[in-house]
Design a protein around this ligand. Sequence first.
Ligand code: GLN
Length: 547
Amino acid sequence: MAALTRFVFITGGVVSSLGKGLGSAALGALLQARGYKVRLRKLDPYLNVDPGTMSPTQHGEVFVTDDGAETDLDLGHYERFTGVHTRQTDNVTTGRIYSDVLAKERRGDYLGATIQVIPHVTDAIKKFVFNDLNDEDFVLCEIGGTVGDIESLPFLEAIRQIGNEIGKQRACFIHVTLLPYIAAAGELKTKPTQHSVKELQSVGIQPDILLCRTEHPLPAEQRAKIGLFCNVRPDAVILAEDVRNIYEVPLAYHEQGLDGQVCAHFGLKSKIPDLSCWRDIAHNFAHPEGEVTIAIVGKYTSLQDSYKSLGEALSHGGIANKVKVNIKWLDSEVFEQEDSQTYLHHLENVSGILVPGGFGKRGSEGKVEAIRFAREQNVPYLGICFGMQMAVLETARGLAGIPQASSTEFGPCDEPVVGLMTEWSAGNQVQTRSGADDLGGTMRLGVYPCQIAKGSLASKLYGADFVEERHRHRYEVNIAYQDKLENAGLKMSGLSPDGLLPEIVERPDHPWFVAVQFHPELKSKPFEPHPLFVGFISAAREKSRLV
Ligand code: GLN
């Protein structure tokens, strides 16, 4: 840790879903625009060791880092706003802290001591906060959940201790709250914020800055009142009014003085940040020249946070092509319930079809149907992970004469065109798995290389013949079927360097049909849109011109 690394702790109060993660990411971007090196981290109070085994419709997307950690989706915001790649050491949960503490206890590392929340659990949390730093100027630590939750107490205690140990000149506490608008009174109410700050003060933390989410502007005297009742300088009461799109968040928070207050807290006189890049992105997003509609055919469509990065990556592709991207969320099971004539209307006017990552048999046949439609009707198709596996099954069954083609994920089968991966190489090491392994943390996770065939659409899109992308899957297209699939028009244009694992497939006879075993959406950023999404939206734009 650099001697002058400063820590900003971000807590939330009143209600959840206030956009604490986005706010932290935006603050990171603003400090970066002032020339500082930043790092963002998330401390999650729930008991799962990581979110890898949680249902996407409960917890939202699992964001995978380069080094293979399955993390909270807020880490996606951090990367998209700062471009700093997150790591295993940037997300921790109560479950992980306790399993580490208990493993140490079993080893006898505590030399006979009685293990307690304070100091053993809080020490483990503090160690996480200070661990694996690299001369950062700022480390922003977001505490998940809401102040007052039983689970967050050890985390609040740990950051309180850190505040005491390193002092105000190196620690700053930001509390994010809500100012609800009561229509009958025509007023924004400050009381919930006051209560939330009291709750925080009761565990010994005095916030230095309040970030108040609101749908309406706040009169100056109300701001002064919040400051007075919450023991915060009125200037440090920052209004976070709702904005039209997330790319305006850094601009709006800067306008309201958030980054200025953080710098003032630490006595830093840095230059005014250059936000022209964010201005351009927000402007381009708000002023598209046209629009396209993309159908996402998935299973977790009831909660759009399950596909957070995907939605963002499509927006980035839209910004790059100057079009607004409308998403039509379709539950794949509709294609199983209706026959091929009646389901057509769901897909009739879309300019692109995307089948995202997914797990399990339920809904898989509907995905195969949607892919068949895309192939036969020349609709641009992007398949991601499960969306590639299902595209391969569609070709195998429909064109390669393998009607029994299936994935062993759905049970034993005669033609395992997609099968369980039991062995693969990760750098110089061989990774092995069996069907009897635990579910948590045992997939093929993180960044793996892919060799791209010259002259393919993929190589044109990437402008490269070697890429590294992030993975999260247990099954793999079976290379033994390569010839049959290629003879049926599905080319394997990307392979692992040892030639054993298909990474990209495409159809040269189709206007735009690309499917990938990895998750390109995890690497897309508004200022660096992912080439596959740029290409997909460009093809969709072309298609929408033709209809
Ligand atoms: N269920 C598939 C597998 O485990 C695909 C996973 C995914 O789409 N992320 O291989």
